[in-house]
Ligand binder design. Structure first.
Ligand code: DX5
Ligand code: ZN
Length: 221
């Protein structure tokens, strides 16, 4: 069985109590903190930046997974690395020079990845597999939490799983959007190993109960 990782998205956390929220969700069993950065330009919403990453950094040891939904991307990457990010992913449509941006992330000491919107083709993977530590597939259109899982994503997950296995490389396959206890096993069966969940976890009072229920489902996958 692959190593499954649960990555709560703090987009649905209480922003007035973020330090406590990330501590609580890690204590409840989260493996990774997913950090959604939106710029009201690449996506129609505005969220948090490096200062907030720096503010939560001392509260948890868990890796911070920065999902950049911003355009352009390069200028802000060193700021997130200095703010304590461990993983940085970006959308290929938002960078003029994808290979350069991936290298920039690694040069700043972080794991690097590409994010694919539901309708973004996978050919962006063709020439950069050796520069990827993670591939993030969106199962909703980016910009908001609480949307419904787009089922077409399941085929894409399977296709990326094949590409990763064929490459022989150790690349995480993360899925983001509409993941909950009811569908996490199906997403794992399609080939994902890392699961972002915002509203499903932070929308409920007992984070541990939800994360435990997700792990129970993953054990069946
Ligand atoms: C959407 C973000 C997601 C979002 C997921 O643009 O990238 O990480 O927080 O939220 P849920 O799990 O509620 O769909
Ligand atoms: Zn995200």
């Amino acid at each position: 069985m692959p190593t499954f990782r649960i990555a709560p998205s703090i987009l649905s956390a209480d922003f007035a109590r973020l330090g406590e929220e990330v501590r609580n969700v890690v204590a409840a069993g989260a493996d990774i903190i997913h950090f959604d950065v939106m710029d009201n330009h690449y996506v129609p919403n505005l969220t948090i930046g490096p200062l907030v990453c720096q503010a939560i950094r001392p509260h948890v040891q868990a890796p911070i997974d920065v999902h950049l939904m911003v355009k352009p991307v390069d200028r802000i990457i060193p700021d997130f690395a200095q703010a304590g990010a461990n993983i940085i992913t970006f959308h290929p449509e938002a960078s003029e020079h994808i290979d350069r941006t991936l290298q920039l992330i690694r040069d700043n000491g972080c794991k690097a990845g590409l994010v694919f919107n539901p309708a973004t083709p996978l050919h962006y993977l063709d020439h950069v597999m050796d520069k990827l530590d993670i591939i993030l597939l969106m199962s909703v259109n980016p910009g908001f939490g609480g949307q419904s899982f787009i089922r077409e994503a399941l085929k894409k997950i399977a296709a990326v799983r094949q590409r990763i296995d064929a490459s022989g490389r150790d690349i995480m396959l993360e899925v983001d959007g509409g993941i909950k206890v009811e569908n996490i096993a199906e997403v794992a069966k399609a080939g994902a190993d890392t699961f972002v969940a915002g509203s499903a976890i932070f929308g409920k009072p007992d984070y541990k109960a939800i994360i435990d229920a997700m792990r129970n489902e993953l054990a069946k996958a």
